[in-house]
Design a protein around this ligand. Structure first.
Ligand code: UTP
Length: 310
């Protein structure tokens, strides 16, 4: 363990070592594709979305990953498990590159699973992690939310190490989009990219939003969130909302697990559970790939020209 970080850490609080990846939602926005396939398994070029999320956790030094899964989510477990027959076939052919790519997902992290019997909301999914996480702070990475690098998560963990409490990731959105997100009331701190969160509202009407800073799918939670979630009634959409529990924590004293900070994120983020965003993600990731960009970019330019003329 790093001594300098240990000295900065508030007394009585442990390091963040575990990641929780909720992936038990119904994915109704992506039907019918998600009738039998989890939306988290939809491919972004040649890897399922959830693999990028686990890679991000590992890049932020979180090797212990708990996935919250449910009905029709078996393929997630298979993807992070060994595939002996496939590996043997590739080995026999001497196809080392594909063999490496197949083994990558099973060698990536220590992956654990718990099932959320019924998808009762993100807050309820997080509550399913209680036994695994215990009395430790933990990160939450939504299984269908892609963030361009692990810098955001690392920064959030660092803010938690210094200030304690919980940390949310905030991104500025257009006023007409605030009703799609949880929105935060914020106050500045002496660091440009860190704010104190004074209020949180799940999917507010634009005139009721405390700001245009929206919560995106990365959190670092104090374990005090569990007792609060136990007491949190179903909120918007009849679901138990993580935002409601964090709002309760934001109002508490620091000694009671209170204080919520926000890290302001200004990079690229994609919600792959949304059809248009999914397509944008695939195009963006493909165009950044040296093995595909050369072929794809000229075609894309031509396609855009033709589309503009028609
Ligand atoms: P979403 O709200 O995007 O997921 O939750 P959803 O409910 O599946 O989406 P739609 O609206 O029906 O299309 C964000 C993340 O939280 C997980 C989802 O799997 C997704 O990764 N989640 C959501 C759960 O694990 N359990 C739930 O009860 C709800």
């Amino acid at each position: 363990m790093n001594d300098s970080i240990d000295q900065k850490r508030p007394s009585g609080s442990a390091a963040v070592t575990k990641a929780v990846v909720p992936a038990a939602g119904l994915g109704t926005r992506f039907l019918p594709a998600t009738k039998a396939t989890p939306k988290e398994m939809l491919p972004i070029v040649d890897k399922p979305a959830i693999q990028y999320v686990v890679e991000e956790a590992v890049a932020a030094d979180l090797q212990d990953v708990l996935m919250i899964t449910g009905r029709s989510k078996r393929s997630i477990e298979d993807h992070f498990d060994r595939a002996y027959e496939l590996e043997e076939a590739l080995e026999a052919k001497g196809d080392d590159a594909r063999l490496r790519s197949v083994r990558e997902s099973s060698d990536l992290a220590q992956v654990h699973y718990v099932r959320q019997g019924e998808p009762r909301g993100l807050g309820h999914a997080v509550l399913c992690a209680e036994a695994h996480v215990g009395d430790n702070p933990f990160a939450v990475l939504l299984g269908d939310d892609l963030i361009e690098s692990a810098d955001l998560l690392r920064r959030m963990i660092e803010v938690r190490e210094r200030h304690g409490g919980s940390v949310v990731a905030l991104m500025e959105v257009e006023p007409e989009q605030v009703s799609l997100y949880g929105c935060a009331g914020i106050e500045p701190t002496d660091e440009d990219d860190v704010v104190t969160v004074t209020d949180l509202v799940e999917k507010p009407a634009p005139e009721q939003a405390p700001s245009r800073w929206a919560i995106i799918g990365r959190y670092v939670c104090d374990p005090e969130v569990f007792p609060v979630l136990h007491e949190t009634p179903p909120g918007r959409g009849g679901e138990i909302q993580l935002t409601d529990a964090l709002r309760e924590l934001a109002k508490r004293d620091p000694e009671d697990g209170g204080t919520v900070h926000g890290v302001l994120f200004r990079g690229s983020r994609y919600d792959t559970g949304n059809k248009a965003d999914y397509i944008r993600t695939v195009v963006d990731f493909a165009c950044r790939r040296p093995d595909l960009a050369e072929e794809l970019l000229p075609w894309l330019r031509g396609f855009v020209d033709r589309a503009q003329r028609s």
